[in-house]
Write a protein that binds this ligand. Structure first.
Ligand SMILES: Cc1ncc(COP(=O)(O)O)c(C=O)c1O
Length: 453
């Protein structure tokens, strides 16, 4: 049994919506007491389409992708940006990524299928997963994906076999764990020695994987991949990992005579979930990652590779919000007030999973100060089904529309049908228009896989 988490006392912060700048979507503003995003009134939208509903600021998403391209290519022309589809996958998102000239990282057969259905160019796909099934690998080869990131010897053997069967050579990257413990939640650290991902360097496994990849006839060895974790605030974690990896690239050249042509540094840039959070900017990230790779390559006298990066969270998290309707307000004297909404852990598992923190406002009282502190609870049958513990909030009443910020990443993509709940739809907002890009599920959708004898 786990013990309840000790939480610090929280006072009302009396902030109004526009004072929460760090977590707001790019186009957020307040007019006549209502929150607007993309020129669309969030209160009206909630009333029109129902809640719970995810809303994404399209301009914000596009700006993040453009910033990544600009601030990496500013330092080195040969950089490509792959959006990590696991953060938010939909056909509309694939199209935005394609239109912005980016690549796409997929981590399952399902994500690849979405990309195919969206008409995404397959040569711009990077396939991930620590245990891709034989079927997923064959689907990737048949689709002629640009890169497969190899995570085990078994996988290397399988890709080689399937490629030979298809009379082709599959371009691959070898995923290496640099042995760096990133400064983030342990569940989203991935670059430590003890990791289910990739090949470790200390025991020679990474070098062995590279040598086998070079030797196998069905494999085209393109380079190295690393991903040290997610929601990383301190850029020094990236800098340390890059130093180790470029040293390894040099060793690869020394031992095999082959230059590593590509280095993919994964994703991981942290974002603000709370108003006081101060993550590094894309500009700072671009400088550290790209300049460090260049500098270390120069020092080792090896060519600067083509660089790939795979941001997910930092592209979409702050672009997205979730709108809920308040169903009940329950005050327990001298304990707390629960404001219960029509969603919860099925549309946002992150609070239960990582004790993630969020900011919220009452969208129809957006110009008022957050003069109360309440716990925003979900509607599901778990005490842990909390959206925000101890949230400063405008005084909330039944029927109010609650807007929770920073839910654009890893909320829709981690959503579930627990309690046989239908999952919310997704709307993209831009220039005063709301476009439904994923419709809300129906009860009939829930029955789709049921067999009636
Ligand atoms: C291989 C890989 N690349 C990219 C990402 C995206 O990371 P983030 O959303 O933190 O940018 C992840 C996330 O887990 C990942 O596993």
């Amino acid at each position: 049994m786990s013990l309840p988490v000790e939480r610090p006392h929280v006072d009302p912060d009396n902030k109004t919506t526009m004072e929460l700048q760090a977590v707001l979507p790019l186009t957020a503003k307040v007019e006549d007491g209502h929150l607007f995003i993309g020129g669309v009134d969030m209160v009206e939208l909630a009333h029109q389409v129902g809640t719970a509903v995810y809303v994404m600021d399209e301009e914000h998403i596009r700006k993040q992708l453009r910033d990544y391209l600009e601030w990496t290519r500013f330092h080195w022309k040969n950089v490509d940006v792959a959006f990590a589809g696991k953060a938010f996958m939909s056909v509309a998102m694939c199209r935005i990524v394609e239109q912005e000239g980016c690549h796409l990282d997929v981590s399952s057969g399902g994500e690849l299928f979405f990309a195919q259905k969206a008409g995404f160019p397959m040569e711009r796909i990077i396939c991930h997963g620590n245990n891709k099934t034989p079927q997923e690998l064959q689907e990737a080869l048949d689709a002629r994906v640009g890169r497969i990131v190899v995570d085990s010897f078994e996988e290397l053997r399988r890709i080689n076999e399937y490629a030979i069967e298809r009379d082709m050579k599959q371009p691959v990257l070898i995923r290496v764990t640099p042995g760096i413990i990133a400064d983030t939640h342990v569940y989203i650290q991935t670059g430590a020695e003890d990791s289910k991902f990739g090949f470790g360097m200390r025991d020679g496994l990474a070098m062995e994987a590279v040598k086998r990849a070079i030797a196998l006839p069905g494999i085209e060895f393109m380079g190295i991949h690393m991903h040290i974790g997610s929601q990383i605030f301190t850029l020094t974690s990236f800098a340390k990992a890059i130093e180790v990896i470029v040293h390894f690239m040099d060793e690869v050249y020394e031992e095999t005579g082959v230059f590593v042509q590509e280095l993919d540094t994964g994703g991981g840039l942290g974002i603000a979930y709370g108003a006081p959070d101060q993550p590094s900017s894309i500009k700072q990230y671009g400088k550290v990652v790209v300049d460090d790779i260049k500098e270390h390559c120069l020092a080792h006298r090896i060519p600067v590779p083509r660089i790939l990066i795979e941001p997910g969270r930092s592209v979409v998290a702050n672009a997205g919000v979730t709108l809920y309707t308040v169903g009940t307000v329950k005050s327990i004297p001298n304990v707390r007030t629960y404001v219960a909404v029509d969603g919860g852990m099925t549309d946002n598992i992150r609070t239960a999973l990582y004790d993630a923190k969020y900011e919220a406002v009452v969208a129809n009282k957006a110009d008022q100060p957050r003069s109360t502190v309440v716990t925003i609870a979900g509607k599901h049958c778990e005490s842990g089904d909390i959206v925000i513990h101890d949230a400063p909030l405008q005084p909330a009443e039944v029927g109010d529309i609650i807007c929770v910020f920073t839910t654009g990443a890893y909320c829709h993509s981690m959503s579930s049908n627990y309690n046989t709940q239908v999952r919310p739809g997704v709307y993209m907002v831009k220039d005063g228009q709301a476009r439904c890009v994923v419709r809300r599920e129906t009860y009939d959708d829930l029955l789709m896989c049921e067999i009636f004898d």
